[in-house]
Design a protein around this ligand. Structure first.
Ligand code: ASP
Length: 368
């Protein structure tokens, strides 16, 4: 897909939130402190693109809270309320970028793109990747439509859903380990190779939930915890999450979604208390599958947990949080929340070669 040339400049709003792309040396280590305008000044602008900058936060993304992410969600929707805006680029730390991107994507109703980017090397370094990533993100934001929220990094275009930070330091930091990227950007071209599959978007959470961090006296946001299983693992941390008031728990299981009979019993207790429990895996790629009993995914599902398809922990947590926020003010019906959460977790159904499961299944339906 070549960039459209209809004589009109494309108007892109850049929302700056910090991250390595804005990080400078602080004497002992790096931290975000460059303004959005300073970050933007490092990159050339694609032809026929005009840019406005919104400085929303300036933090490294491991410090982001759900309140930051929800305030960003509101800012994106307010920005797109202006029909003269053609797209949005968000500069963001890479550490939790996949969470923010997925939250925005679950609520994205607009044909215009929202593109997240960042950098693995800090602001103002000669060999930095920030300027190139920003240029590419502007190029994509001024070109594509109907692709939802995207991650543009190192010449690659990724769908928000399924994409994770895959490499700690290398320039090609992002990938969906279970699916192909959406496309590529470079040499003034944006090539889109496939369409992302997205569930019907959610309405925005209530206004008090998307207020600036610290600016609301509304009830605390729902707590959603992530607990990892391992050899020797027991239900202590899962039970502690429930005792701490978690309304949702993401269990990062082993293999295709397995733990122990004790963990399965703890899941059943949590579900009986109205906690939403989802099961993902420590394995980098591939779907969850109901194969094993004795504490495996068969028993975790029987205990009331949902499997997350190919979504990994951080995005599964966002799906649970989005469900809890969408259901606030409703009838408090757990079955409704479960139905909604299943819809957010589900992606397109793909056939994969089966692991021999009871001899009768020849393919495992997988979700991407
Ligand atoms: N720690 C940084 C952050 O997530 C990493 C980065 O931006 O690449 O803010």
């Amino acid at each position: 897909m070549k960039r459209t040339h209809d004589g009109e400049a494309r108007r892109i709003v850049v929302i700056s939130t910090g991250g390595t792309i804005a990080s400078r040396w602080q004497g002992t280590g790096y931290a975000a402190d460059a303004s959005g305008s300073d970050v933007l000044a490092t990159a050339p602008l694609p032809e026929d693109v005009t840019v406005e900058v919104v400085d929303l936060f300036n933090v490294n993304s491991s410090r982001l809270t759900a309140a930051h992410q929800l305030a960003l969600l509101r800012t994106v929707h307010e920005t797109l309320a202006d029909p003269g805006v053609d797209g949005i680029v968000i500069t963001h730390g890479t550490d939790t970028l996949e969470e923010t991107a997925f939250l925005l994507d679950l609520h994205h109703t607009d044909a215009r793109p929202v593109v997240l980017t960042g950098a693995q090397r800090p602001f103002g370094t000669g060999d930095g990747d920030g300027p190139g990533n920003l240029y590419d993100a502007l190029q994509v934001a001024s070109t594509v439509r109907d692709l939802g929220v995207l991650v543009v990094f190192d010449g690659r275009v990724h769908a928000a859903r399924g994409t994770v930070k895959y490499r700690t330091l290398a320039a090609d930091a992002f990938a969906d380990p279970s699916a192909e990227r959406l496309g590529r950007v470079g040499f003034s071209r944006v090539d889109v190779e496939r369409q992302p599959e997205r569930p019907a978007p959610l309405p925005l959470p209530a206004a008090a939930r998307t207020a600036a961090p610290g600016a609301t006296d509304a009830a605390p946001l729902p707590r959603v915890d992530i607990v990892t299983h391992h050899s020797d693992g027991d239900p202590v941390l899962l039970n502690a999450a429930v005792a701490a008031g978690a309304r949702g728990v993401v269990l990062v299981a082993t293999g295709a979604g397995n733990a122990t009979p004790e963990v399965a019993a703890a899941v059943a207790d949590a579900v009986a208390r109205g906690v939403l429990v989802v099961v993902t895996t420590r394995v980098p790629s591939g779907p969850l599958a109901e194969i094993y009993t004795g504490g495996g995914a068969v028993d975790l599902v029987a205990a009331g947990a949902l499997l997350t398809g190919t979504l990994r922990a951080a995005q599964a947590r966002i799906a649970v949080l989005a469900t809890l926020l969408a259901e606030e003010g409703g009838a408090g019906d757990p079955a409704r929340a479960t139905t909604l959460l299943r819809r957010l977790l589900d992606g397109p159904v793909r056939a994969e070669p089966a692991l021999a499961a009871g001899g009768s299944r020849s393919a495992v339906a997988t979700r991407a």
